[in-house]
Design a protein around this ligand. Sequence first.
Ligand SMILES: *Cc1c(COP(=O)(O)O)cnc(C)c1O
Length: 260
Amino acid sequence: MSSTPLKIDSTRASALVSQLQGVQERILAVAKGRPVRLVAVSKLKPANDILALHQAPQVKQVHFGENYAQELQQKAELLPRTIKWHFIGGLQSTHCKPLAKISNLFAVSSLDSLKKAQTLNRVRGELIASSSTPENQIEKLNVHVQVNTSGEESKSGCSPGQETVDLCKAIVNECPHLKLLGLMTIGAIARSKATTPENENEDFVVLREQRELVEKELGLEEGSLELSMGMSEDFEGAIVMGSSEVRVGSTIFWGEGEQE
Ligand SMILES: *Cc1c(COP(=O)(O)O)cnc(C)c1O
């Protein structure tokens, strides 16, 4: 990517801002005062779209989600450090090292194996140890354990039950440089399309049950773990069912930005 300053087209910027504000309003309308984190999913969108939303005084969007490790790395280098990045795509073992080195990577939300957790933990630990001054103090890396709630073979994630509990337990007990934020699911598309605030999505039911199970098995306070569930099609229904974080892409980023 170029090192020249990113150009922001004002027409595009105001379209993005109003689309994001529309999503924020819809979240507020169903959240009943509960805090819900909005991750703006910017995969395959140009860096200047992200910058426009991050800089706009009306929204100052901080949390952005990406699906491809290399794309996230490139954007993180180019864009302000005040952005908090979320890796939400399929996590390969080879991604863990470069991702954990990104100091403003806020969370990996697709963690599905102990081996990957150990790599993230080790590399994050090295990064924390190398940042000795208080000004550039690196935080622990937040993680969500991805649960394959729909049982579809094409979906990654831990199976509900023992596999999910065991991974959560290992993160808490053996990975001091990671913080277990909670559980994440993507869910089946058909269920997602059928979700309305009145019609409960089965994937979200399963994820909520898994949180209860993990909290009980690990002796954690009820509701202390987050649920990352809900995308453009179904985020309102997800919030009604207790989602703490929604990942919304196409509803915010539709329309064409000017590619750099
Ligand atoms: C793309 C993606 C999203 C956002 O999906 P939209 O339907 O565009 O809102 C959320 N979560 C994950 C894991 C994704 O890959």
